[in-house]
Design a protein around this ligand. Sequence first.
Ligand SMILES: [Zn+2]
Length: 193
Amino acid sequence: MVLISCKNCHKMYEKENYDEFVCTRCKHKVKRRISYSLQTSIALTICAILLYIPAMLYPMMEVTKLGVKVESTILEGVISFLEYKSYFIAFVVFAASVVIPIIKLAGLLFIFISLEINIKMENKTKVKIFKFIEAIGKWSMIDIYVVAILASVIQLDEIFNIKGGIAATSFALMVVLTMIAAHRFDTRIIWDE
Ligand SMILES: [Zn+2]
């Protein structure tokens, strides 16, 4: 007899062996291991890091005002919010689109690399870092919402026309890849010897 808990809802089962089964409470597929978890997560994290570059360098928004097209990157956007004295929005955009993605990607990469090269560190600390990254994940889409809300508000004014630029696409992709990388990662690997 072995005791197995569902990774999703933590329901406990008493089973004969480690064969795969479906959790009766949450319908999650309970597996001994997610296959190629670490490799997939590392690959996705590296792709996300590469996408961070165009997300910063290319225009996030294209604003057409009276027929004149003005493009601005995330940082230029933050600066213009500061100029308009919208300090709160400037802070939210800066935190959500510049700082949080860096913390997340650096944190994930650090955990994955530490598992590959066996950095001396308490496993509990690694799990804590990982849980923290998962928790802040939800907040990194804020920036896309800010652009969407701004677009709908300013669109009401007929002389303005706002569109998402290349950076918006890269940014959204980066956020999604980071989320999959964190989700695909099997935290049980941390406890392997
Ligand atoms: Zn379950």
